[in-house]
Write a protein that binds this ligand. Structure first.
Ligand code: CA
Ligand code: CA
Length: 280
């Protein structure tokens, strides 16, 4: 009878929705006036819980309860909340969400179209003016200055509540922070930025290495893949129309990856100043 009460509770009560495999043991007992149900739940960890799939794929259990990654259907993606969720693909097509784009790419796996499809930039597709040679030369001037300022901001933030930079990183940024010769954040002319790079060259070496290390995480192999570059490139493209061309040309040997040597050279860092120790 008690078992019936328990089952009834599970079917009708607050445990509806609990996966039955999670319920290992039920103990039902009665005291003088009330029926108490004590249900011990052992949450059997779902094999998919710690199983990582790349974007566009999701974990599914096969017949033997083993996890594997399968392509997500774009119709299963959460709907976009607003137009800020829209992304533009390299096929120049606007997708409602990045989930839709990666699901589409996954379902095209093995085809040329799928291989070529990447997330180009955030927001709906728009006309991006071509980047001419003179503009391309100016791009790293601003980018270098921006990297330096991002690091300085993190340093200042860390002075109030630590967390963004490691002690090694803090030590390196401290030198830049304390230099009175540094160009302070702001909109500077390209001439001034070029002059500052020449005058304060040493100050720019670490920020360029730091950004590379931030991106080189999947895997950390001293080359940046298209998807590793994405966190930097994707939000930048709609604002800086030379972004795509800059990173394309950074890949000097055209192997579709940007090596540390290619990266530092793009930012005007001399080969003698490439230092892998700065990546840690
Ligand atoms: Ca990498
Ligand atoms: Ca390359």
């Amino acid at each position: 009878m008690h078992l019936n009460v328990c089952l009834c509770y599970i079917l009708q009560g607050p445990l509806v929705g609990v996966n039955p495999v999670q319920i290992r043991r039920m103990v039902c007992f009665r005291d003088s006036s009330l029926v108490f149900l004590a249900i011990t739940l052992f949450y059997v960890s779902d094999p998919c819980d710690d199983f990582r799939c790349k974007r566009g794929k999701m974990c599914k259990l096969d017949q033997d309860n083993k996890p594997s990654c399968v392509c997500q259907e774009s119709t299963e993606c959460p709907p976009s909340l607003n137009e800020f969720d829209h992304v533009c693909g390299t096929d120049n097509k606007t997708y409602s969400t990045s989930c839709e784009l990666f699901a589409t790419k996954c379902n095209l796996e093995g085809t040329k179209k799928g291989h070529r499809l990447h997330l180009d930039y955030t927001g709906p597709c728009k006309l991006i003016p071509p980047c001419v040679d003179t503009e391309l030369v100016q791009f790293p001037l601003r980018m270098r200055d921006w990297l330096k300022n991002v690091l300085l901001q993190l340093y200042e933030h860390d002075s109030m509540s630590a967390g963004y930079l490691t002690s090694k990183q803090r030590f390196r940024v401290k030198k830049i922070f304390e230099s009175e010769r540094r160009l302070h954040a702001g909109n500077h002319s390209d001439e001034l930025l070029a002059h500052d790079f020449e005058k304060n060259y040493n100050m720019y070496i670490y920020p360029v290495h730091w950004q590379f290390a931030q991106l080189d995480q999947h895997p950390s192999d001293r080359v940046l893949s298209h998807s590793e570059l994405a966190p930097l490139r994707v939000p930048l493209v709609p604002m800086e129309h030379c972004t795509s061309r800059f990173f394309q040309e950074c890949d000097a040997d055209k192997d579709k990856h940007v090596s540390l040597t290619e990266w530092t050279s793009c930012f005007g860092i001399k080969s003698n100043d490439i230092d892998v120790n700065l990546l840690f």
